[in-house]
Design a protein. Sequence first.
Length: 249
Amino acid sequence: MTKIIAIFNQAGGVMKTSLTMNLGYHLSRKHKVLLVDTDPQASLTTFMGLEPHELEEIVADSLLTPETKLPIHHNLHGMDLAPANITLSAVELQLSAVMARELRLKQALEPILNNYDFILIDCPPSLGILSILGLCAATHVLVPVQTHYKAFKGTELLLDSIKQVKKHINPKLAIAGFVPTLYVNANQDKVILEALEQQLSPLAKVYPKIPRATAFADAVMNSQPLAVYDPKHPAIAVLKKIALGMEKL
């Protein structure tokens, strides 16, 4: 069965998009992988080497018109991509009067499920309808959490959102794990990392920390996964462990 994993956190700047791209890359070494960009900022689309403003077809077309096939760009570093651009921001308003709108992404993915082993959904940094669409379409949710006090405090609201989706719309949604991100070797990060492990490990696996590293930004500037840009970077070992964990779900 295809594993559909929403990478979700309502906070911005927690490495959500970088994690989506790099995790997708490592999974694509052995599996067929589709990345889905549901963020109007279209960072994932940009990271993958496309120019969002030049795209005539994006994910929004399939969300608003169910009979429209999901637009897919093939074989970008071994992955496929359903892209986004800023026009996706209008979807929330346009879907406001649509019945069962939460299911639109799930319905858009159904015709292509047999084509992929993994579908990774890069959700926007919000608790709006676009994130709900991702969580409703997903079989699992993977949560990156920055090892910072403010980000840590926000996990309670995040977990409640997942709980509400699971209760009311997608009862099979499971938490795939938590990924501490942007870790630096400072006292606050150490304390928060310990708190994350203590409080979240009863809910799902807490993966090894991903360090703050300029190599991620440098790789993005070259539209490359980290493993392509810098194959010997120490963070790659962590990304491989997360990919292995997704395979075992």
